[in-house]
Design a protein around this ligand. Sequence first.
Ligand code: FES
Length: 359
Amino acid sequence: MAPKFHELAICKIEALTDDAKTISFQIPKGLKSDYAFTPGQYLTLRADVDGKDVRRSYSISSPLGGRELTVGIRKVDDGVFSSFATNSLQVGQSLQVMTPEGRFTAKVGASKQALLIAAGSGITPMMSIAQSLLEGDDEANVTLVYGNRETKSIMFREQLEFLKDRFMDRFTIIHILSREDQDIPILNGRIDGNKIKALNNASAIDLAAADGIYICGPGEMIEAIRATCEEMGVAKSNVHFELFTPADGQEPRKAPTKEMLEAAEQGVSVEIILDGSRRSFKLTDANETVLEAANRHGLELPFSCKGGMCCTCRCKVANGSAEMAVNYSLEPWEIEAGFTLACQARPTSDNLTLDFDEL
Ligand code: FES
C-alpha cells in the first residue's frame, strides 16, 4: 500500500547537542503494524509552519522492538522544518507522521561484519541499525566510523558510549574529528575516500571482511567512499548508502523534451490509481511534474523530498509514457519494469496512468 500519514502524539523530546534533538512518537496499538520498520528507514513529518504545509524526512534512530519511534533532528541554517521542530514542538503535541519508508535498510542477521560510516546527522539511521543488529544477532559485529567537527557536536554521544559498554566485544566506534585534535593523527580530519583507505591500511577497519557497508552523510562523502570501495575491490552489492542531498555537480533538472511540450500542449489526461480508487485530471504545462499537477488539482499523492531521492512517490506507469527530470533512487531494473517517480515524471503521451498501488 502507498505510505500514509497518521496523527501521532509526541511522547518524549531529548536534547542531543546544542542544535539537535530526538523526538519520540507513541504508536497507538491499532497502528503498530503500519509503523513496523526495518532499521535504516525514515519517517516523513508534516506540519503547518507559518501557514505553509511543510514536510521533511528524518531517519528513525530507535531500534527494533521499542514501544515508540524516535527520530533525530538537527537544526540546519534556514531549515524551516528543523527550526520549527527543535524550537517549538512539545511533548503531548501531535504531528502528522507518514508510515516508515526508505530503502537504506539493514536486516537483522544479514550482516555479521557491518561497517557503518556516518558524518554529522547521518548517524541517525546508524543508531537504529547498530543497536538492532547487535541486539538481534549474537554473531553480528559492528564498526562505526563517525565524523564530526568536534566532540560537542557529536549526536547520540552518550547512547553510543552506552552501546559500546553493552557490546564491548562486538561494537567498535572510531570518531573522526575535523576541528579538534585527537592524539592519533589518523583520527583527525574529514571522512573521505582517502581517510577510509588510511583506516583500512591501518587495520582499523576491514573493507574486505565487511559484508555490509552502510554510508550516510553528505553526497560528496558518499560518492568518494563508494569510489574508494570500488577501487579496493569491494562488491557493489555490499555497499549501501542514504542520499538526501545530491552531490555537487550531479545532473541538473532537465528541460522539457519536444514530446513533453507536444503532449502538454494537447492536454494530457492523467489518471492516478491510489489505494484502490481512481482520480483524473488534465496536465497542460510541460514544466509541471505529475505530482505538482495532482497537487494543484487537490489530489494528495505520497511524497517527501520532491527531489528524486527518497522514492516515497514511486509508482508504476500503467498506461502511456513519462520521463523523469532527475532520478537518484530508482534502480535500473525498476525503470525497466516501468516504475517512475511522480515528483519527477512529466508525460510524453496524451494519456498517462500512474499506479501507486503497484509495488
Ligand atoms: S518525493 Fe522523494 S523521490 Fe519523489
